[in-house]
Ligand binder design. Structure first.
Ligand SMILES: NC(=O)c1ccc[n+]([C@@H]2O[C@H](COP(=O)([O-])OP(=O)(O)OC[C@H]3O[C@@H](n4cnc5c(N)ncnc54)[C@H](O)[C@@H]3O)[C@@H](O)[C@H]2O)c1
Length: 329
């Protein structure tokens, strides 16, 4: 991986968001020429501060992936496309389903059409989500598990990933899909729970406020951002990834209550209260989930490198230094 991206042209949609900006930072280190596309819609996860240390080493294009004219220009001449732009809030997808449809479904088809017309050789990695499995029928959840999304976001993300596979299968555009589980680390959204509850927990412990744990016994897995970035790069480089779907999981499975305790340990202090799941959330909650990620480990040689407690410590250290740039206004 050390040399393969050197001099390559890489486009990242959603590049000012949490995962996109961390991917950009690694690609810059690897010598790639990186272009970030992001709409910076205020309620979403894009934040220019995410690239404060690499701003002079990447190009930024403030465009919306719903605009096929921008995209048809931007994909030209690129070697790789990491397709990460998305509406990520499950609750927002229920209160405003059409925006979620436009971004997570329709725009994905439009991006792929643009690739087909203007650059059918570029290699594409799409960021999908474990949410599309719905409530697990068995654990750990492998890629063959039925897809039964429990919210509008899950249905649209599912369509988005299947458009990617279709364009691989029918038009030979080499695409692959990563189904991410909870991903965390520096740059994640902390000011509200639109990305994940863990962000709100982090924010609270940093400000020495109590946070709420809903339920507490649900099992989850967590991928540290550097490990997720490894997976994106491996998936882009390996020709055996084309047309495939890979789960990403965590290095351990943990209940939410144990995670809350671990966060407090990593922070050296903090408090939480256990609450019942709010009724509106309960209806779209998936219960216990953890991934079987053997396929990506066996096919692409991916592995977790950062244990959960260390990942939490690194994340807390980042926000202690940079909190003002991520705080709620
Ligand atoms: N973080 C996680 O735990 C997680 C889990 C599963 C899946 N994912 C997927 O990974 C991808 C990246 O997630 P993230 O955690 O970095 O979220 P994020 O919100 O930090 O990043 C998404 C980025 O997409 C941008 N964006 C949204 N709509 C856009 C549009 N119409 N045009 C251009 N840019 C737009 C946002 O401004 C933001 O910068 C998303 O597709 C998400 O569904 C993330």
């Amino acid at each position: 991986m050390d040399t393969e991206f050197k001099g390559k042209r890489v486009l990242i949609t959603g590049g000012l968001g949490f995962i996109g900006s961390n991917l950009a930072r690694r690609l810059v280190k690897l010598g790639a020429s990186v272009m970030l596309v992001d709409s910076l819609i205020p309620e979403y996860g894009g934040n220019l501060y995410n690239i404060h240390d690499i701003a002079d080493q990447v190009s930024v294009n403030i465009s919306d992936v719903r605009d096929p004219f921008s995209l048809s220009y931007l994909v030209q001449g690129q070697d790789y496309l990491f397709n990460l732009a998305g509406q990520t809030s499950h609750m927002d997808s229920m209160s405003d389903p059409y925006t979620d449809l436009d971004i997570n479904c329709r725009a994905q088809l439009s991006i792929l059409e643009t690739c087909r017309k203007h650059n059918p050789k570029l290699r594409v990695v799409f960021a999908s989500t474990r949410q599309i499995y719905g409530k697990p029928h068995y654990l750990p959840v492998d890629e063959a598990h039925p897809l039964q999304p429990v919210d509008v976001n899950g249905i649209n993300k599912m369509a988005g990933e299947w458009y990617h596979l279709l364009y691989n299968n029918v038009y030979d555009i080499p695409t692959c899909v990563l189904r991410l589980t909870n991903t965390y680390g520096p740059g994640m959204r902390i000011k509200d729970a639109r990305q994940t509850f863990l962000g709100v927990w982090l924010y609270a412990v940093l400000e020495n406020r109590p946070f709420e744990v809903w339920g507490g016994e649900q099992l989850r897995d967590f991928t540290y951002i550097d490990d997720a970035v490894d997976a994106f790069l491996l998936a882009a480089l390996n020709p055996n990834a084309a047309g495939k779907i890979f789960n990403l999981g965590g290095e351990e499975t943990i209940t939410l209550k144990a995670l809350a305790d671990l966060l407090i340990e990593a922070n050296g202090g903090g408090h939480y209260d256990i609450h019942q799941f709010p009724a509106t959330r309960k209806r779209i909650d998936i219960g216990d989930y953890y991934a079987d990620d053997r396929l990506i480990r066996e096919t692409l040689g991916w592995r977790h490198r950062v244990p959960l407690v260390e990942g939490l410590q690194r994340t807390l250290a980042y926000y202690r230094e940079n909190l003002a740039h991520y705080a709620a206004v």
